[in-house]
Structure formats: C-alpha cells, structure tokens
Design a binder for this molecule. Structure first.
Ligand code: SDX
Length: 434
C-alpha cells in the first residue's frame, strides 16, 4: 500500500513538509509528527492529550463513538459472559487466550505467589488504623521492590513476567489486608484451593475462628467486575505507569505511581465519589433537578460523578454490564437494604440526565464508575475500598501495558515539551531594592 502523508504548509516560513500518516488496525490514523520540531521548529500543544497518541499498543481498543471495548480483539461483553478474570489476565499479558493446560498452569502460578513476605505485615502496622486504604496500597505496592530487587532485570522478559505474576497474585492480599488492618481484624492468609475473587472475599470477610463460605454469586459478580476494570488503553493511571516505567524504574514502583493516579476522583476515585454524591442527594431531600441544574452550572464545581468520559461519547459498555450485575446482586439483598434506594436513585438520575439537552449535547453518559459502588456496598465492601477494587483489577492492565512498552523498540523515556508563558530573561534584584 502506498505510504499516505499529510502535507503541512507553514504560512510563516512558506515551507511545505509531508508527514507520514500511520495506519492502525482499528481507529483513527495518526500523523507521525516526530520530525516536526526539526523540520519546522514547532512543538504541538495538546494539554490532556485529547488528540495525541503516546504509543502503539495491541492490548485494548475502544471506540468512544460506538461505545465498544475489546481486549486483544475480544469484545468485553463476550469476556464478561464467558471468561474469568484470571483467564483475562493471561489474555491481556500474553495476547492470546490460554488452552486448558496453560490456563491451569497460570492459575497455579498465581495462587503460589499470593502470599506476602512475612516482613511486609509491618508496613501495614506503620499506618494509622484510619489510613485511607489507597494510601496503604501506594506504600505497600511500592515497597514490593524492596523484597524482589534480585529479580528486577526489566530487560529480561522472563523476569518481567514474574513481576507480573507477583503483582496479579499479591494485589488481592494487599487490598484485603489494607481493609483488615483498618478494622483491627487479623490478617487472613490466601487459600490456594479457592478461585481469585473467592479468595479475596474470604480474606476480606472471614475470621480465623470459624469456617467461611463465600457466596458463589458474589464471587462470580466480583470476577466479572474485575474483568470489566482490567484495562482501558492509555487512561491517566496507565499513562502514569508507562511514563514512570519509561525511565526504567522497576515495575512495582511504576505500579505504585499508577495507584496514586487512579486515586483521583476524576479517574478511579469516581466510584467512591458517586456513592458520596448519591448519599448527599438522599440526605438533602432536594429534588433531582436541583442537582442536575448544579451540574450544568459553570460557576458551580459540582459535577455528576460517574458521568462523562474523555473517550466514550456513548454509553460506557462496561456500565451497561455493571448495571445488570447490580440488579442481580441487589435481588439477593433484603428489600429494606438502603442500597436499593441508592440504586433506584442512580437509575432515576440516569434517566433525568440522559433526557437533558446539556448532557445529550456533550454526550455525557454513565461511565464504569456510576453503578459499581452499589455492587461493592452490597458485597459488604466499604466506601474507602472502592478505588482499591479498581486498582486490584487494573493492575493487570498496568503491568501488561508496561511489559508491552519495555518490549517496544520505539519506546523512549517520556519527556513532554511545554509552551512556556513565563517571564523573559531579567536580572536579579538585590533584597534592599525590592
Ligand atoms: C474513569 O480514561 C479512562 O479510560 C478512564 C476510565 C478507565 O477505565 O480507566 O474509564 C475510568 O476514570 C472514568 C471517569 C470517572 N470520572 C468521573 O466520573 C468524574 C466525573 N466526570 C468528569 O469529571 C469528566 O467527564 C471526565 C474527567 C471523566 C472527562 O473529562 P474531559 O474529557 O476532560 O471532559 P471535559 O471536562 O472537557 O467536559 C466536557 C464538557 C464540559 O462542559 P463545557 O466546558 O463543554 O461546557 O462536559 C462537561 C464539562 O463541564 N462535563 C460534565 C461532566 N463531565 C463533563 N458536566 C457535568 N457532570 C459531569 N460529570
């Protein structure tokens, strides 16, 4: 196929430069601007990277206009329906679905890495009991590099894969122990015979003094939620992991940076913010329209949390599946459970917002965070653990994208430029003359 180009005419210098047009397997083409500064002496300016591709990737593709999402080419709806989270982890990291032997071997490897070095328990004890578990996650995950420094040759794909196994396996233990510590409960160790989601729920809610049976519907619902949150191309936290990893920092430190980025309420912290918003609406007794009007008011910082998305200008396909799971999980909880009220309010809010011109014009739909918190509440997972759940799931996405970057010949240390708008050169003014 003949190479396609885009010609840029610089009306200042009169120069005309052809730039290569790069063709993806799916999605928009990209103008290769790498020679722009050398040829024309200009940078590009794109705060928030709305129209800038930072890398090539073969892991996840989403079409924001159609509201579609695929992991390694497989539609998220099919994976949610037919796969498991660990099988999806294998797919995201290795690029193909495992056969039966590969699947069993992977599950065994992950199970065997699920314990933490016994010294790590003292990291938890260094925090106040009321520390936000995301703070604990950032600290403890970053500390993993202190325990595996002999196995951190990131140029070695085998060692990179072992880092991935450790992170996938240990995140549920670290997450559950963050919760247990905040409650003054003893740490529960993982049981290798249990499935991934089942193991996590047991570590969260069992007590050493009696047997604990995980509700299989809750375990299945959680496993699907983890699949839906596993990866999402170059979102803020994944881009953070890639940027941190581009300096060849170790993957545990890069993952800790991703956790910190995900914590923000504009990103993964939105699931916690949605519940706080719904609860405030319930407590205020004000009509929904009052909140819709505030969300539309430019002078009011209030936004409908769980609504809108940088890429999806259609319904987030994950939100559709999560809303169905919420229905199923809530059907298993007593009718007088207050979570029903939150779910009913969320669905009413969605209907009101989606019929309002402001939201329609800006293509603001519920995103992955809008309904997920209601499911976590119904599982007994407290508010402060919601973004921890997102981090637990997204770890596979982060480490798969990191591994892809480390294996990418074109990968270089990330170092964006800027549009400087500060003072031009001036001389120092002695103190007695200011
Ligand atoms: C995640 O990137 C990913 O893939 C992220 C994620 C993933 O899986 O990794 O999908 C997970 O982070 C989901 C998003 C969770 N965040 C929230 O729910 C917080 C509420 N949403 C917004 O803050 C916002 O929609 C963002 C941050 C998600 C997207 O912001 P953008 O792309 O920068 O959009 P914008 O702020 O430029 O908004 C465009 C317009 C603006 O109005 P105008 O200036 O055009 O008049 O839409 C308005 C915004 O004011 N708007 C909202 C709104 N979101 C955008 N107005 C009211 N309520 C909202 N939620």
């Amino acid at each position: 196929m003949t190479k396609q180009t885009v010609t840029v005419t610089d009306n200042v210098s009169g120069k005309q430069i052809d730039f290569d047009l790069l063709s993806p397997t799916m999605g928009p083409k990209a103008i290769d601007i790498r020679k722009l500064y050398k040829e024309l002496g200009y940078f590009t300016y794109d705060p928030g990277y709305l129209a800038t591709a930072s890398c090539t990737s073969a892991i996840t593709y989403l079409d924001g206009d159609k509201g579609t999402l695929m992991y390694r080419g497989y539609p998220i709806e099919q994976l949610a329906e037919q796969s498991t989270f660990l099988e999806t982890c294998y797919l995201l990291f290795k690029g193909e679905l495992p056969n039966a032997a590969q699947k069993q071997d992977f599950e065994q490897v992950i199970a065997r890495h699920s314990m933490l070095h016994d010294q790590m328990q003292f990291f938890f004890r260094g925090f106040r009991r009321d520390a936000h578990p995301m703070a604990t996650m950032v600290g403890v995950v970053g500390a993993l590099s202190a325990f595996y420094h002999e196995d951190l040759n990131i140029q070695d794909p085998v060692q990179r894969e072992r880092c991935a196994h450790r992170l996938i396996a240990k995140m549920p233990t670290i997450a559950a122990w963050s919760y247990r510590y905040s409650k003054g409960l003893p740490f529960m160790y993982p049981l290798n015979k249990l499935g991934y989601a089942e193991n996590f729920l047991r570590m969260m809610f069992a007590v050493p003094t009696e047997e604990y049976e995980v509700d299989p519907l809750m375990a299945k619902a959680l496993d699907v939620i983890l699949i839906l949150h596993a990866d999402h191309e170059q979102n803020a936290s994944t881009s953070t992991v890639r940027l941190a990893g581009s300096s060849e920092a170790n993957p545990y430190a890069a993952t800790a940076a991703g956790i910190a980025s995900l914590w923000g309420p504009a990103h993964g912290g939105a699931n916690e913010a949605v519940i706080r918003m719904l609860q405030e609406m319930v407590d205020s007794g004000k009509p929904l329209q009052y909140w819709i009007d505030r969300a539309k008011d430019k002078d009011d910082r209030f936004r409908l949390m769980g609504f809108g998305h940088r890429v999806y200008k259609n319904y987030d396909p994950r939100a559709k599946i999560i809303r169905r799971i919420a229905d199923e999980v809530l059907a298993r909880t007593p009718a007088d459970n207050p979570h029903h009220k939150l779910f009913d309010l969320a669905r009413e809010l969605e209907q009101v917002a989606l019929s309002d011109e402001y939201f329609i014009k800006r293509s603001l739909y519920p995103n992955v965070d809008f309904y997920s918190g209601i499911i976590f509440l119904s599982m007994g997972i407290p508010l402060q653990m919601f973004t921890v759940m997102f981090a637990l799931a997204r770890t596979i996405g982060w480490i798969s994208q990191w591994d892809e970057m480390m294996g990418d010949e074109e990968s270089r240390i990330g170092r964006p430029r800027q549009l400087y708008i500060g003072a031009t050169q001036r001389d120092y003014v002695p103190l007695d003359q200011r």
